[in-house]
Every structure is written in structure tokens, then in C-alpha cells.
Design a binder for this molecule. Structure first.
Ligand SMILES: [Zn+2]
Length: 227
């Protein structure tokens, strides 16, 4: 249950159509963490801030992560106008979002991310958040579908991209690929990615990840082989 005072309005200028709109954000001072899943989804007693991390312009349909909403380039603006805005049915994401509305916002950001050929890491992270929202909603088939998409993008990111500038290092990402593999019942890849993580020198510098990788490796090892 959301108390109105958990949220506040932020005014945003759209870099695609130059209109102004408002979007909700969660007051971090009001967050009450209940638990954290092993793939890093935080559960809160209060509103979950992941529902509001995507800004969506109600006027033109441009949608992106809050922290990079402004960083669209001139030539990309044309792509969004041609491929998104031209077909956009105007609708507003600026009110309180239920899980379906939050999922819709992330799916728009996923479309924009694919059109603009953003990093595999970002596409993976967007898919991961969609998977989490389906988990919060209790829709397991859709959760698994998006965790699989996330896992596959993260493998591409691990193999081909630099992780500078994102809140993730090789150690944490290889662990996460292992854990997502475990959750989608891919035992072989789960064990192999937990091993990758445990063999990285950087993991030894990060005892929290080291412990998690050992524990989840043990749980994966006990899985059936028919996954
Ligand atoms: Zn706009």
C-alpha cells in the first residue's frame, strides 16, 4: 500500500520533443527494506523505487532510464521521432504506477534501447527489472522469460563490453549471470558462471560476493539435472 507521502513529483524536460512533464519518484528517506533476493531485487515494506526508474514522456513516447534520459544524441532524436513518436498513443506515466504500468514503462525503455543500439549491459538490466516486476506480480512464466533475456544480454556484456560507468564489476556480473542461470533452471551454466566468479581475483577482494557465489553454487549443485 502506497502512502501518497512516499512519492514526490519531479519535473522533466524531454530532450526529444522539448515538452515538459512530471513523473513520480520515491522518497529514499521513507524506504524500509524487508529483504533482498540473491539476484539483488530489494523488497520494501513501502513503495519499490524500481517502479519509477524509467521516465516516459507522455507527449512523444521517448522512454529511458532516469540517469541517462538526457543523454540522447541529436541523430538519435530523429530515430525516436520516426520510429516511436509517429505511432505514439499519448498516455501518461506521471501518476502512481501499479506493477503493470511499471512493466509497460520498462518495455518502452527496452524498445528505445534496442532502437538506439544501447549497451548489452543496459538492455540486460532493463530485462532484469522487468523480470523482477513480474516476480513481484507473481507471474512466474513471464519472470523466467525476462530473466533469460537478461542473462543472455549480460553474458554478451561480460564478453564484449567494458563495465566502466555502470554500477557493476566483473565479479558481481559473473555472479549475477550464475544466479540468473540457476533461477531459470540452467544448472550447467549456473555452476560454470559461479566458478568463473570464484576464480576472478577481484572476487577475493569482495567477500560479500564470494560468500554469495559459494552458497548459490552449493544450491545449484543440488539441482536436478533435467533443468
Ligand atoms: Zn517527449
Amino acid at each position: 500500500m502506497t502512502a501518497v507521502k512516499d512519492l514526490y513529483d519531479k519535473i522533466v524536460d524531454c530532450p526529444v520533443c522539448d515538452e515538459q512533464f512530471t513523473t513520480k519518484k520515491v522518497r529514499t528517506s521513507r524506504l524500509r527494506l524487508v529483504k533482498r533476493d540473491e539476484d539483488f531485487l530489494n523488497h520494501y515494506k513501502t513503495e519499490n523505487p524500481i517502479k519509477y526508474h524509467i521516465f516516459v514522456c507522455p507527449n512523444c513516447g521517448y522512454a529511458s532510464w532516469e540517469n541517462k534520459f538526457d543523454s540522447i544524441r541529436k541523430n538519435q532524436v530523429k530515430t525516436i521521432k520516426d520510429k516511436v513518436s509517429s505511432k505514439w498513443n499519448k498516455r501518461d506515466f506521471g501518476g502512481e504506477r501499479d506493477l503493470d504500468k511499471a512493466i509497460e514503462a520498462y518495455k518502452l525503455a527496452l524498445l528505445v534501447g534496442m532502437l538506439l543500439e544501447t549497451t548489452k549491459f543496459e538492455l540486460g538490466n532493463t530485462c532484469l527489472n522487468i523480470g523482477w516486476l513480474y516476480r513481484l506480480k507473481g507471474e512466474e512464466d513471464e519472470e523466467i522469460r525476462f530473466l533469460t533475456l537478461a542473462r543472455d544480454r549480460f553474458i554478451e556484456a561480460f564478453n564484449t563490453e567494458s563495465l566502466t560507468g555502470v554500477n557493476m564489476d566483473e565479479s558481481k556480473l559473473s555472479y549475477l549471470i550464475g544466479e540468473l542461470s540457476r533461477r531459470i533452471n540452467d544448472k550447467e551454466k549456473a555452476l560454470s558462471w559461479f566458478n568463473t566468479c570464484l576464480n576472478l581475483p577481484s572476487t577475493r577482494m569482495n567477500p560479500a560476493i564470494d560468500d554469495l557465489a559459494r552458497e548459490q553454487w552449493r544450491i545449484a549443485k543440488e539441482m536436478g539435472n533435467n533443468g
